[in-house]
Design a protein around this ligand. Structure first.
Ligand code: NI
Length: 227
């Protein structure tokens, strides 16, 4: 077990309601921060001993991390921390750039004052947040608040799934872009409020493009597979 993970386990404990939540959030943070390297096997027995919990919450947490594309289950090896590559990141941006404008366009006419308030509050929270894992979650909630009224459940579910997958690049995103794109978030929200669909979609496209270009430049200065 890496020294980084042991430290994170010790400091993370009391913040969580359930053992699964505790294990999932701590492992997620450890993977996203690089404290556990890509390709590292995550052995359930070892994790149960480190976290001082039974194997059930470990298994459940690993399933949740698999759903977030942070962990793969490989035959004979079990759960393994995924490799993060530029190709993966670009694939994810391409999917998001296809889905999110659709969801936003369909959602805008149905958004309520309450939705706008929630979105506004989430932006204020992002401004105050230091923790990258938590920033990713708030970013996802902000975007999904604006897409949620699209009225097409499968489009919404697919959009949310790929937005969640984007969290695995967050560490690189923050290193590459330097911020969460709060100016762009505010532009998307302002245009949505006045039901200006075209401007909202343009601001969203700018948000995606700036991030993917910065990420490309960032990966170009490193090897193709990021440690
Ligand atoms: Ni965003």
């Amino acid at each position: 077990m890496s020294a980084g993970l042991s430290e994170m386990i010790q400091s993370a404990g009391p913040r969580y309601r359930t053992a699964t939540e505790y294990v999932e959030a701590t492992l997620r943070e450890a993977i996203l921060s690089g404290a556990i390297a890509p390709g590292t096997p995550l052995r359930q027995e070892e994790l149960a001993a480190s976290f001082k919990v039974s194997r059930m919450p470990i298994r459940e947490a690993l399933r949740q991390l698999e759903a977030q594309a942070l962990v793969d289950f490989e035959p004979h090896r079990g759960a393994v921390v995924v490799q993060i590559t530029l190709l993966d990141a670009m694939d994810n941006y391409a999917i998001r750039a296809a889905l999110e404008p659709q969801a936003l366009r369909l959602s805008i006419p149905n958004l309520t004052d309450e939705d706008f308030e929630i979105a506004e509050d989430l932006l204020a929270e992002i401004d105050q947040e230091q923790d990258p894992g938590r920033m990713g979650e708030l970013n996802r909630r902000f975007h999904m608040t604006l897409y949620a009224q699209a009225g097409l459940p499968r489009l919404i579910a697919l959009t949310e799934q790929h937005l969640a997958t984007a969290d695995r690049y967050l560490r690189f995103h923050l290193a590459a872009v330097g911020d969460m794109g709060q100016d762009e978030h505010r532009a998307i929200l302002a245009a949505s409020r006045v039901r200006d669909e075209a401007s909202a979609i343009e601001a969203l496209a700018h948000h995606h493009n700036r991030a993917s270009e910065a990420m490309k430049a960032y990966f170009a200065t490193r090897s193709a597979a990021v440690p």
